[in-house]
Design a protein around this ligand. Structure first.
Ligand code: GRF
Length: 224
């Protein structure tokens, strides 16, 4: 499918290390992700992700939760900062603050997140340690549209990895992260190409239910 004449404007929200942001930047630079990465916004002033964005020449902003009297005031300030860039898509990439319903509704169908588990298993934090403790044999990552319920929106793509006997949370996290860096740019690419939509609460790729995926290794039917 051809790329729309106007590039999809994307704003990325971060809180920390920024390795998923880096994967998005790298794919954009490599020419495999046809987006206009307009800004990176962090709620954490010290986020390493901000340095990555600045290094790539992308405008950055900090919207620090602690400087707002209420959660709603923070959400409003964040929304105003984002909307200066009129993005087609807002991508959460390790953004660690919960967002309120008004904010989420404002970006309905154009707000995505990556979560380090095979949702609906292990929403929330410490997913790798919890997968190990539960004795999971498969673990992975999920890109999903964001809806009001945390880590529960319609799933765009998942990638599974095996859980091995010798795994620690860090070893498992590294295996999962490699997949995150593959599937998030791919999901954003689908969106940027106008192939991916949220319709009636369901994910459509090329106008149909998205293709089935193998689990290990994950093989989307039409990745390019
Ligand atoms: C990733 O594991 C992501 O799935 C989760 O937070 C982590 C962020 O890592 N939401 P990074 O900041 O992208 O390196």
């Amino acid at each position: 499918m051809s790329v729309p004449a106007t590039r999809c404007g994307v704003v990325v929200l971060v809180s920390g290390r920024g390795s998923n942001l880096q994967a998005i930047i790298d794919a954009t630079r490599a020419g495999t992700l046809p987006i206009d990465l307009r800004a990176v916004i962090s709620n954490e002033p010290s986020a390493e992700a901000l340095a990555r964005a600045r290094g790539a020449g992308i405008p950055t902003h900090v919207v620090d939760y602690h400087t707002y009297p209420t959660r709603a005031a923070f959400d409003d300030a964040l929304r105003e900062t984002i909307d200066r860039y009129a993005p087609d898509l807002v991508a959460l990439a390790g953004f660690m603050r919960l967002l309120g319903p008004a904010f989420i509704d404002h970006y309905a169908g154009r707000l995505m997140n990556i979560h380090p588990s095979l949702l609906p298993a292990f929403p929330g934090l410490r997913t790798h340690a919890r997968a190990l403790a539960a004795g999971a044999t498969l673990h992975g990552a999920t890109v999903h549209f964001v809806t009001r319920e945390t880590d529960a929106g319609p799933i765009v793509i998942q990638a599974a990895v095996p859980v091995r006997h010798a795994d620690t949370p860090d070893i498992l996290a590294t295996r999962v992260l490699k997949e995150e860096h593959r599937i998030y740019p791919l999901a954003i690419r689908w969106f940027a190409e106008g192939r991916l939509k949220l319709a009636g609460g369901r994910v459509l790729l090329d106008g149909a239910a998205r293709p089935e995926q193998g689990l290990v290794p994950p093989v989307p039917r039409s990745p390019e």
